[in-house]
Design a protein around this ligand. Structure first.
Ligand SMILES: Cc1cc2nc3c(=O)[nH]c(=O)nc-3n(C[C@H](O)[C@H](O)[C@H](O)COP(=O)(O)OP(=O)(O)OC[C@H]3O[C@@H](n4cnc5c(N)ncnc54)[C@H](O)[C@@H]3O)c2cc1C
Length: 387
């Protein structure tokens, strides 16, 4: 396995670091206090090509590889886990379902704006009664003439309130079970489509999460994305979740390194018992744990990126990397706060935000339990949650 970066990958890595230092680091504390990300930041990322790395050239993309997306995500996450994940999810949840399953009209309508960072998607799978069990979708889409009539609620949807369009997973025929599931693209402004923000969150405060409501919302049947059923036409749309796991795993690497560097600097400066606290063995023990967490997580994430670029099945590697790296980030962030003492509880110190923020991608992209179930199924051949 060769992790040596190509000239292009190194260039994007450097550009992302420079961009994050200039455009993110000085402002992120205030964004988090205000619970608001300025939308222009996505236009700036679009101008640098960050959002179009995996998109086809004919729509304004660069048609590059996963490692390049990973390099940008890792660098951004060092300064802000939220922005790293929101830019990655624009690629995985925003564009890939359209690229893989969209019609020519759908691609022409949505991809250029997404690539330029001037249009925003949301992807609605989860509902109040369908979380880890995405097959329990209750939102219905009943065909009536040339339209589907959509009814149901989605919750905890990223970009819910700022999106220009929603991709909505719905049940078209309950008697068919998961084979009746479909994805409809619904433009904001369609009658019967409303939304509401989720406020006062523990994590990802400056990012938009909310609920989507559909009440007798008529959606032209041409707005269907791909075919029906998880294992058939809709598979491509669902595969974005696996891509998101790579984004989470590589973002965790950047955030772990940030915790490590911030903690080492703080511990070398902070003096107690007339010595820098970095000189105490129990402090160094925790710093050593952080170094190991970073090295191991980086290897897993880079391996995953490398394999994704070989187009092989990475179900196992995605679950291993997502599970491991988020566990390591959660532990590292907690240790970082602990080693900052009381100051670790103040948002003047970035470890406070990382400690809270890591809980968001710890839960989405599949919880830790879900990834253990995936790995258990792959090893034993037994699906523990089969109905
Ligand atoms: C910040 C954020 C952004 C999100 N963005 C999106 C989005 O854009 N689109 C979208 O569709 N969804 C989104 N989600 C929702 C996310 O996908 C769900 O939160 C996640 O799938 C878990 O579902 P749940 O919250 O309903 O928890 P539940 O499924 O109710 O799980 C609760 C607990 O029970 C455990 N559990 C459940 N089943 C089992 C089992 N069989 N065995 C053992 N333990 C089990 C879980 O691991 C968890 O610990 C987002 C969530 C967050 C936090």
């Amino acid at each position: 396995m060769d992790f040596e970066l190509t000239v292009e990958q190194q260039m994007f890595k450097d550009m992302a670091k420079e961009f994050a230092i200039r455009e993110v680091q000085p402002f992120v504390k205030q964004w988090d206090r205000d619970c608001h990300t300025p939308p222009e930041i996505y236009k700036k990322m679009g101008d640098l090509g960050f959002l179009g790395i995996k998109a086809p050239e004919e729509y304004g993309g660069l048609d590059l590889d996963w490692m390049t997306v990973g390099m940008v995500t890792e660098q951004m996450a060092y300064y802000d886990l939220q922005l790293a994940m929101s830019s990655f999810s624009r690629v995985s949840l925003g564009m890939l379902p359209l690229i893989q399953s969209g019609s020519d009209e759908q691609k022409k309508k949505y991809l250029p704006g997404l690539i330029q960072g001037v249009k925003t998607h949301c992807f609605g799978t989860v509902e109040p009664n369908a979380g880890s069990d995405a097959t329990a979708i209750e939102t219905t889409a009943i065909l009536d003439g040339e339209d589907y009539v959509l009814n149901g609620n989605k919750t905890w949807i990223t970009n819910a309130c700022h999106s220009d369009f929603a991709m909505v997973v719905c049940q078209t025929d309950k008697t068919k079970g998961t084979k009746g599931l479909a994805v409809l693209v619904v433009d904001w402004g369609t009658p019967g489509f409303t939304r509401a923000p989720i406020e006062n969150k523990l994590a990802f405060r400056h990012h938009d999460h909310g609920q989507l409501f559909f009440r007798d919302c008529r959606v032209p049947k041409d707005n269907q994305l791909g075919g029906f059923g998880i294992h058939f036409g809709m598979r491509a749309a669902f595969s974005n979740v696996e891509h998101t796991r790579y984004g989470i795993a590589i973002a965790a690497v950047g955030a772990i390194k940030s915790c490590l560097d911030l903690t080492v600097n703080y511990c070398k400066e902070r003096v107690q018992f007339k010595r820098p606290i970095a000189s105490f063995q129990m402090v160094q023990d925790k710093i050593a744990d952080m170094v190991i967490a970073h090295e191991a997580s980086q290897l897993l994430a880079y391996k995953l990126g490398y394999l994704k670029d070989k187009n092989v099945d990475v179900t196992k590697e995605s679950s291993v990397a997502k599970y491991h790296n988020m566990l390591m980030l959660k532990r590292t962030a907690a240790d970082a706060v602990e080693l900052h003492g009381a100051y670790g509880l103040s948002d003047e110190y970035p470890v406070e935000r990382i400690y809270r923020d890591c809980m968001a991608p710890f839960i989405y992209g599949g919880t830790a339990h879900v990834h253990k179930l995936v790995l258990g199924r792959l090893e034993t051949g037994i699906n523990a949650v089969a109905r």
